[in-house]
Every structure is written in structure tokens, then in C-alpha cells.
Design a protein around this ligand. Structure first.
Ligand code: FMN
Length: 202
């Protein structure tokens, strides 16, 4: 990862993999420890463009992003809709993003059953591009939906999928508990044998 400021303690977050997984995938995690360093407009444009290069069903590109930078009234209003478990660390993010999805196909108006799938792909592109630039993100499903959707003035055919906090890293030691411990806990994943099956049916 370029320009990264992962502290020695935070090295525990880098995935230990059994196979040679790409570095940017190993070095992305859901960080909670954000520094005061702003994210530049160029960095944001790059991160959002990366999102747009995700695959989507029929190239529908059902994603939309509304974001606010720390210090703006919209940032504070977005932050206010987050659940109590997210507010203490998300307040330090440089940027809060609301990730939206269009539910129906633009041309026919028929339901697009892949819309959340596509938005998830775009969000993962966004997170990996950011991680490659030393900027970490944290997806949040913990928010008060009706308050947040009202705030964003969500059009009828759109849904709020999640919020994403983005920022440069600060040392985990600056976080209060229990978030400090979480920032220093190794990540783990289920072994391949539990979710990949070859030449046999479930
Ligand atoms: C849809 C979604 C919603 C999530 N919501 C929250 C949340 O509200 N608060 C939180 O702290 N983490 C949240 N997470 C982060 C997950 O807990 C995290 O991705 C998971 O524990 C794996 O950790 P890692 O991303 O560091 O590998 C969410 C992740 C996703 C994809």
C-alpha cells in the first residue's frame, strides 16, 4: 500500500493468508482510527472513479454517492444518524459517504434485482482503491434509516445501502476503548474448505 502510515501495532490488521493474495486486499481493513489529514479532491475523484469501474448487471451502474467532509454541517448531520457504536470513531473520519442504490432499471422501470450486488461491488472497488492510496474505509450498516433517508432527501426509486467512513490512519492508541482493542485485534476468515466446493454438489 502506498503512503501508508500503519503503526507497528496496526500491522496485526494485515491479513495473514495461506495463498499469495494481492497486497491491497491484505492491507484493507475496516479501520476506526482516523487522523486529521484531509483527503484531497483528487484523491476523492480517483476513489469514486474506481467505484464506477465495477461490473454491474446490464451496465446499469445503480450506484450513487453523497458525501461530506469533516467540518461541514452535512457531515455532522450524517454522523448524527449513525448508531451509538459507530459515532465515537466515525466522528474522526475525513469523509462520510452515503452509498445509495437505484432499485429499478432506468430504461424499463422494472425491478433490478442485482442493484445491491452492484453497489457492493462498486463499494469494494472504492475501498480497495482507497487502501492502495493509504486511505482506509469502514462500511457501516448501523444507522437510523428513516432519519438518514430523510436527511439525504432520497428519491423514491433509491435506497440507502450504507455509510462509509474514509480517512488516513492514526495510531490505534488514540482511540478510546472498546474501539482501541478492536483496532488491534487480528482479522480472521473462514478456511476455503468451508465455502468452496469442487466437483461435488451441496
Ligand atoms: C454491509 C456492512 C455493514 C457493516 N456495518 C458496520 C457497522 O455498522 N459498524 C461497524 O463497526 N462495522 C460495520 N461493518 C464492518 C464489518 O464488521 C467488517 O467488514 C467485518 O468485521 C470484517 O472486518 P474487516 O473489514 O476489517 O476485514 C459493516 C460491513 C459491511 C460490509
Amino acid at each position: 500500500m502506498k503512503e501508508t502510515t500503519i503503526s507497528e501495532a496496526q500491522q496485526v490488521k494485515i491479513a495473514t493468508t495461506e495463498n499469495p493474495v494481492h497486497q491491497v486486499i491484505r492491507e484493507r481493513w475496516s479501520a476506526r482510527s482516523f487522523s486529521n489529514q484531509p483527503i484531497t479532491q483528487q484523491e476523492l475523484d480517483t476513489i469514486f472513479e474506481a467505484a464506477s469501474w465495477a461490473p454491474s448487471s446490464m451496465n446499469e451502474q445503480p450506484w450513487m454517492y453523497v458525501y461530506a467532509t469533516k467540518g461541514s454541517p452535512v457531515f455532522d448531520a450524517m454522523w448524527n444518524t449513525l448508531m451509538a457504536g459507530n459515532q465515537p470513531w466515525a466522528k474522526n473520519a475525513a469523509v462520510l459517504i452515503a452509498s445509495l442504490s437505484r432499485k429499478n432499471h432506468m430504461n424499463t422501470g422494472a425491478a433490478n434485482k442485482y442493484n445491491w450486488y452492484d453497489v457492493g461491488s462498486a463499494n469494494q472497488n472504492l475501498l480497495l482503491q482507497a487502501a492502495s492510496m493509504g486511505i482506509l474505509g469502514h462500511v457501516m450498516g448501523g444507522f437510523r434509516r428513516s432519519d438518514a433517508e430523510q436527511l439525504i432527501q432520497l428519491p423514491e426509486d433509491m435506497e440507502l445501502v450504507c455509510f462509509i467512513a474514509l480517512g488516513h490512519l492514526a495510531p490505534a492508541e488514540e482511540l478510546e476503548e472498546p474501539f482501541r482493542s478492536r483496532e488491534l485485534t487480528p482479522r480472521n476468515r473462514n478456511p476455503l474448505s468451508t465455502f468452496v466446493f469442487q466437483d461435488k454438489l451441496l
